[in-house]
Design a protein around this ligand. Structure first.
Ligand SMILES: NC(=O)c1ccc[n+]([C@@H]2O[C@H](COP(=O)([O-])OP(=O)(O)OC[C@H]3O[C@@H](n4cnc5c(N)ncnc54)[C@H](O)[C@@H]3O)[C@@H](O)[C@H]2O)c1
Length: 260
């Protein structure tokens, strides 16, 4: 038997990067998985690669109705929902507050927070009843930026600190039926995009010159993560057999920022 046999998961932002690695690992562990993402092409390629045990839902985490539809399609396809993984997020290209023009601060804030914070709230709110019915669990992707400065700019770091608070409050509100935890990756080799317009120089994360070396040198373990490095932690937290007494917790998977 594999760890997630008979479990059903919904993963937001699961068409690429860390989310896709979680989806692949969940499938390997026996789960059936719904992938909710804005990127239709990446969803199509995922569905081609995994024709069994997987459905895709194209939509935007900032729209509540899309989250509702993702949950409804998951339950329609697989009969229930055991694990909701909130994972879709945008970066801010390390832009400090002084470099955001005052007149565009509110717009950049709204765009980034709407995805990184509101997107998670939308997903959990839409999944809440189904998770209560299954006695399931929520896992939210945080970041080393949820705990420490310097791994992003002001908006990204602030949004990820908010996610840490969200995990604690939701764990409190959703107990004893549903456990709520987080996984906190450090720099990872993905094409994470930044909020449109926040910097004229912005490009996908792993295209930034020097990103790999700088990320490796920033941590005691001296290497940058690949998306698959984090995936087993989502399995442990998603399994009510493997982590039945863990809620309100964030597991760090960041090469040791705490030990710098
Ligand atoms: N890459 C890193 O270095 C790193 C480090 C720490 C934490 N994280 C976190 O990991 C998570 C995944 O990031 P990633 O690096 O895999 O990025 P990624 O860009 O590879 O994956 C993010 C996915 O989310 C989707 N997405 C973006 N906006 C969306 C929206 N509005 N609605 C639905 N889907 C949307 C994208 O299409 C993409 O498939 C994020 O929460 C990010 O903050 C990443």
């Amino acid at each position: 038997m594999t760890v997630l046999d008979s479990k059903v998961a919904l993963v937001s932002g699961g068409a690429d990067g860390i989310g896709r690695a979680v989806v692949e690992r969940y499938l390997a562990e026996g789960a059936r998985v719904a992938v909710f993402d804005i990127n239709a092409d990446k969803l199509e390629s995922l569905a081609r690669d995994f024709p069994e045990g997987l459905i895709t839902v194209q939509g935007d985490v900032t729209r509540y109705e899309d989250n509702e539809r993702a949950v409804a399609e998951t339950v329609a396809a697989f009969g229930k929902l055991d694990i909701f993984v909130g994972n879709a997020a945008l970066f801010d290209y390390f832009v400090p507050l002084r470099k955001i023009a005052p007149e565009s601060l509110a717009e950049n804030f709204d765009r980034l927070f709407h995805v990184n914070v509101m997107g998670y709230l939308n997903g959990v709110r839409a999944a809440q009843e189904a998770l209560k019915a299954s006695g399931g669990s929520v896992i939210l992707t945080v970041s080393n930026s949820g705990f420490y400065p310097g791994g992003g700019g002001i908006l990204y770091v602030t949004s990820k600190h908010a996610v840490v608070g969200m995990i604690k409050q939701l764990a409190y509100e959703m107990a004893p039926d549903v456990r709520v935890n987080g996984v906190s990756p450090g720099a990872t080799d993905t094409e994470m995009k930044s909020v449109e317009g926040i910097s004229g120089r912005a490009q996908p994360l792993n295209h930034i010159p020097g990103f790999h070396e700088n990320a490796a040198n920033a941590v005691p373990l001296k290497r940058m993560a690949s998306p698959a490095d984090h995936a087993a932690l989502y399995v442990v937290l998603g399994s009510s057999e493997q982590s039945p007494m863990t809620t309100g917790c964030v597991i760090h998977s960041d090469g040791g920022w705490v030990a710098r």
